[in-house]
Design a protein around this ligand. Structure first.
Ligand code: ADE
Ligand code: ZN
Length: 326
C-alpha cells in the first residue's frame, strides 16, 4: 500500500496537542461574534493570513489573543468536540491533550467552566466511537512558580481527570529549574510529568527537565543533539520525545523541513514520536506532519510503522492497553 494510504489508515496516538491550539479560525470567528469580542481581523481569511511567525513568542502572542473568544462551557465543548472529530477522521485512536488553565483563569473563567466542556465532549466521543483520551494540565512558564502552585490547588477537584502535568509557553529565560518545587508536589500527588524543553532552549534545559523535574517525557527536545551525552542518555533510558515537525518549521526552529532531525534521532534508537502541537496555527493536523516527513525526508514505511509503535509505547496508557495497539 502506498505510504499516504498507510498514514491515513493505520491507528495512531497523539501525545502533544494543545487544545487551545486546535481552535479553527472559523470557530474563532463564530465565537467572537457570539460574545462580541473585537478581533483585529475582518474575516476568517484574514485570521488565516495572520498565521506567519518569526519565533515561538510571535506565535504565543496570537495564540493567547485567540483563546480570548473561549468564554462559556459550550465554547470549550465545541473546541474539544472539533478536535476529537479530527481524531476520528485521521484514525487517531488515543490522544493525550494539553490544556492551559491559566490562559482562562486569568480572564476570570474557572475550572468548572472549561473542565465541564472538555468532559462532555470527551464522554460523547468515548461513547460514540470508543475514543481514548487523557488530559495533561500545563503550567505557563512565563508566570511565577507561585501561580503554578495556586493552579495546582485550584485543580484539586479534578485530579482524577488529569493524567499528567506539563510546562509550556515562552521557553527562553524560563528554565525548568524555576518550577522544581511545584513539580516535586506534582510527583507526590502521583501525577505524570512532562515539560517542553529544547524547542528553542538549549540542551541544558532538557537536562534540567530530566534531573530536576524528573519528567516522564520531553515535549519537543529537538535541540538534544547539542550534547552527545544527552543523546546517549535519551537512547539508553528510552525517555520519549514528543516531536512536532510542522511546529518546528512554522516557528523557525528549522529553516526547511528537510533539515529536520527526527529521522536521525529515530535511526539512532531514540523513542521519538510525531505530533501536531497547535495544528490550526501551524497548517496541519497529525497526518499532515507524517505526510511532510515522507515528502521532505523520505520517511519510509518501516520508519512510519516504528513512529506509530512509538506513539503508543510513549503514551501514558496502562501496559495492557498499549499492547493492544503495538
Ligand atoms: N503552547 C502552545 N504551543 C506551544 C509550543 N509549541 N511551545 C511552547 N508553548 C506552547
Ligand atoms: Zn507544545
Amino acid at each position: 500500500m502506498a505510504i499516504e494510504k498507510l498514514i491515513q489508515s493505520l491507528p495512531k496516538a497523539e501525545l502533544h496537542l494543545h487544545i487551545e491550539g486546535s481552535l479553527e479560525p472559523a470557530l474563532m470567528w463564530q465565537l467572537a461574534n457570539k460574545h462580541q469580542v473585537v478581533l483585529p481581523y475582518q474575516s476568517v481569511a484574514e485570521i488565516e493570513a495572520a498565521y506567519q511567525f518569526e519565533d515561538l513568542q510571535s506565535f504565543l502572542d496570537l495564540y493567547y489573543a485567540g483563546a480570548d473568544v473561549l468564554r462559556d462551557e459550550d465554547d470549550f465543548f465545541q473546541l474539544m468536540w472539533s478536535y476529537l472529530n479530527k481524531c476520528r477522521q485521521e484514525n487517531i485512536v488515543h490522544a493525550e491533550i494539553m490544556f492551559d488553565p491559566q490562559t482562562h483563569t486569568e480572564r476570570g473563567i474557572g475550572f468548572e467552566v472549561f473542565m465541564a466542556g472538555f468532559e462532555r465532549a470527551i464522554a460523547q466521543a468515548r461513547q460514540q466511537w470508543g475514543m481514548s483520551t487523557l488530559l495533561i494540565m500545563s503550567f505557563l512558564r512565563h508566570l511565577p512558580e507561585a501561580d503554578a502552585f495556586s493552579t495546582l490547588e485550584e485543580a484539586r477537584p479534578y485530579y482524577d481527570q488529569i493524567a499528567a502535568i506539563g510546562l509550556d509557553s515562552s521557553e527562553l529565560g524560563h528554565p525548568p529549574e524555576k518550577f522544581e518545587r511545584v513539580f516535586a508536589r506534582v510527583r507526590e500527588l502521583g501525577l505524570k510529568v512532562v515539560a517542553h524543553a529544547g524547542e528553542e532552549g538549549p540542551a541544558d534545559y532538557i537536562w534540567q527537565a530530566i534531573k530536576l523535574l524528573e519528567v516522564d517525557r520531553i515535549d519537543h527536545g529537538v535541540n538534544c543533539q547539542q550534547d552527545q551525552k544527552l543523546v546517549e542518555y535519551l537512547i539508553q533510558q528510552q525517555l520519549p520525545l514528543t516531536v512536532c515537525p510542522l511546529s518546528n518549521l512554522k516557528l523557525k526552529v528549522i529553516e526547511k523541513m528537510d533539515h529536520h532531525n527526527i529521522l536521525q534521532l529515530l535511526e539512532a534508537g531514540m523513542l521519538v514520536t510525531v505530533n501536531s502541537d497547535d495544528p490550526t496555527y501551524f497548517g496541519g493536523y497529525l497526518n499532515e506532519n507524517y505526510r511532510q516527513l515522507h515528502a521532505a525526508l523520505g520517511m519510509n514505511t518501516a520508519q512510519l510503522k516504528q513512529l506509530l509503535i512509538n506513539s503508543f509505547k510513549a503514551s501514558f496508557l496502562p501496559e495492557s492497553q498499549k499492547q493492544h495497539w503495538i
